[in-house]
Design a protein around this ligand. Structure first.
Ligand code: SF4
Length: 644
């Protein structure tokens, strides 16, 4: 019996170079201090990956981590994290996916897998309860993610085996290649698929038959069923049915456009006049053919889409999500949804992040328009805005690293460097990660979120909109020192530093548990008190019944990820935004005339976090107060700690 509830109690370590596999007890002190998921992986990566290591070298490690919630009754509980040094950004790499792969890993008896080295030939890791072995994957190399999953199921004689794999993009080391599980679910960002490819690791297949025990079963069951009921039959059920269950995340196309935050023409604008052609109702009417959910979730925002006519008729996939529709419609000025559907399908089977691939194409189109690249550079392709045929051709060329696609496969930061002539002006990335579907000019807290996010321009490190819209209804009580009207004003920079810092810590807890943020941010929305109770009932860790201690846990994990980057050379200069957001006023829509004034927000944020304004480095007390004294000592030796 493991010390804490909710855990499988063991983990797998695989040395791919030596073909050695070890199964050991999940260190209780590690889960106590970092819970699981991306939090636990942050500590492992800090301890085991030296700063000199190159992302695509055998010395880099990749961790597949579940959390204590994974596979339990608490909804939604089907997610896992993939964490490594990112080949796209050179810093902290983290991606998450839902589906059913992660619960299966827990039922097989494992909390996480850590993989190191490089296999001599392509392999896949097969896990069936106590059986853990590396198998030859030569016959799978070159196959797309769908075919790979089919073949692994067939050769194991088990259609229910859960597979997480890479496609040709990962094999070709496309720097934003992703990991696909359950056919359609993408651990999308920061190039985790390329790390797998660099290790000749094609897939992980898992089947499990065990179960999990919460520490306080009766109370935990009551708590979890209550959460499920609230989404399935409670006062919000009708609202969820008419929004998320009907439209999924594509509903954001309309709402983002309505507040002027929908990236349009390579983030030049935040308002897309042709929204009616690419909005959520159009997607539902023309493409939606089925309904899906992640493991144990009553919100059920997932859907199946199919192209019903034309040359790509019968192309079927899960999604696309909001980010993919944005990347392949408004942001490249394409109003033909069929192109977005097809691009989504191609990215899934090639195993490639839709946000970064779409952003790379938008970047290329703007460079072409500005004359920085020509048909000579693109091998005859005319990169006109909105050209669907060229877009889909580029998706395939990037995944295969063919011709001009080879340059775009490097990500926009590197592509801009190689193109030269000031191309970085059109490379809309922060710290190497292509910007996702948000625009801080029309929503100031998003600007700060992007600037300080540890994985680059990332909307999933914090989400202040919940407070800004007054959804929690407690802003006044929680922040009595603030003017609530300003907290709630999307275009006002004041207090956003405090909100972002609070949300970052909260999301660090979500990513350690692991719960789906989209799932727990529906009303009634989970906040610190709820997570403290959840952790206590599930794991039995008494101290986290105390809300302040749970906050400290969130702070510890949020700090540690940044310190991982600081050890790699990150400093205040990294806490910045692309000039498109700070210098180019929004040309139209509700955000017209707006830019992001980063400095005042950053000042507030540094104040809360205890970072030095000149360097961006932490003070000893900032780290010691959350139990990271050893991390402070290491940074001190490197001269990356400032005195209190
Ligand atoms: S809210 Fe949507 S993405 Fe999140 S767990 Fe539920 S079905 Fe999956």
């Amino acid at each position: 019996m493991y010390k804490y509830g909710g855990y499988a109690g063991k983990y797998i370590r695989v040395d791919l170079s030596e073909r050695k596999i070890r199964v050991e007890e999940t260190p209780p002190e590690l889960v106590h201090d970092y819970l699981g998921g991306a939090g636990l992986a942050a500590r492992l990566l800090w301890d085991e990956v030296e700063p000199e290591v190159k992302p695509l070298s055998p010395q880099n490690k990749i961790i597949f981590a579940t959390g204590p919630v994974t596979g339990t009754l608490f909804p939604p509980s089907g997610r896992y994290a993939v964490v490594s040094l990112s080949p796209l950004t050179g810093h902290w790499g983290e991606a998450h996916a839902g589906g059913a792969f992660s619960p299966e890993l827990k039922y097989a008896g494992y909390d996480f897998i850590i993989l190191e080295g490089k296999a001599e030939k392509p392999v896949y890791l097969c896990i069936e309860d106590d059986l853990v072995e590396l198998r030859d994957a030569s016959h799978l190399w070159g196959k797309d993610t769908s075919k790979t999953t089919d073949l692994i199921c067939a050769e194991n004689g088990d259609p229910e085996i859960k597979v997480a794999c890479i496609g040709p993009a990962g094999e070709n080391l496309v720097r934003y290649a992703c990991v696909i599980n359950d056919y359609y679910r993408a651990a999308g960002r920061t190039g985790m698929g390329a790390v797998m490819g660099s290790k000749n690791l094609k897939a992980i297949a898992v089947r499990g038959s065990g179960d999990l025990k919460p520490a306080l079963p009766e109370d935990f069951t009551k708590f979890s069923l209550g959460a499920f009921e609230r989404h399935a039959r409670g006062e919000w059920a009708e609202y969820i049915q008419s929004t998320s269950r009907t439209y999924g995340t594509t509903g954001l196309m309309d709402s983002m456009n309505a507040i002027g935050r929908l990236p349009t023409r390579n983030h030049y604008d935040g308002y897309y006049p042709e929204i009616d052609k690419v909005g959520s109702e159009e997607i539902r009417k023309c493409f939606r053919v089925g309904h899906k959910s992640c493991f144990g979730c009553a919100i059920q925002c997932k859907y199946i889409s199919r192209i019903k006519e034309g040359k790509d008729a019968r192309t079927q996939s899960e999604g696309p999500e909001y980010e993919t529709v944005m990347a392949y419609t408004s942001n490249i000025l394409n109003s033909d949804l069929t192109v977005a559907m097809r691009a989504n399908y191609l990215c899934n089977i090639y195993g490639m992040d839709t946000i970064s691939s779409g952003a790379s194409i938008a970047f290329a189109m703007e460079c072409y328009e500005e004359g920085l690249i020509t048909r000579g550079t693109t091998e005859g392709l005319e990169l006109r805005w909105g050209d669907g045929e060229v877009t889909l051709k580029l998706v395939e060329m990037i995944a295969r690293r063919e011709g001009f696609g080879d340059l775009l496969a490097e990500g926009v930061r590197e592509a801009a460097k190689r193109i030269g002539k000031g191309a970085e002006r059109y490379a809309i990335e922060m710290n190497g990660l292509e910007a996702s579907g948000q625009d801080g000019r029309a929503h100031k807290s998003v600007g700060l979120t992007y600037a300080v996010s540890v994985r680059g321009a990332d909307h999933l490190r914090s989400l202040c909109i919940i407070d800004e819209l007054g959804f929690r209804g407690k802003a006044k009580e929680r922040f009595p020192q603030y003017d609530t009207n300003l907290v709630c004003d999307l275009l006002d920079e004041r207090y956003k530093g405090y909100l972002v810092a609070d949300q970052e810590a909260l999301f660090a807890v979500c990513d350690a548990l692991i719960v789906c943020k989209y799932g727990v941010m529906w009303p009634p929305i989970y906040y610190w008190e709820d997570f403290a109770r959840l952790i206590h009932l599930l794991t039995g860790m008494e101290e986290y019944a105390d809300v302040e201690e749970t906050k400290r846990l969130g702070e510890r994990m949020a700090h540690l990820k940044r310190m991982f980057n600081i050890r790699l050379g990150w400093n205040k200069a990294n806490d910045s935004l692309h000039p498109r957001f700070t210098e180019e006023a929004m040309p139209s829509g509700p955000g017209k005339g707006q830019v992001v004034h980063l400095e005042p927000m950053l000042k507030e944020y540094y104040e809360v976090r205890g970072y030095d304004w000149d360097s961006g480095y932490p003070t000893p007390s900032a780290l010691e107060s959350v139990g990271l004294g050893d991390v402070a000592n290491e940074l001190k030796k490197m001269g990356r700690l400032v005195t209190d």
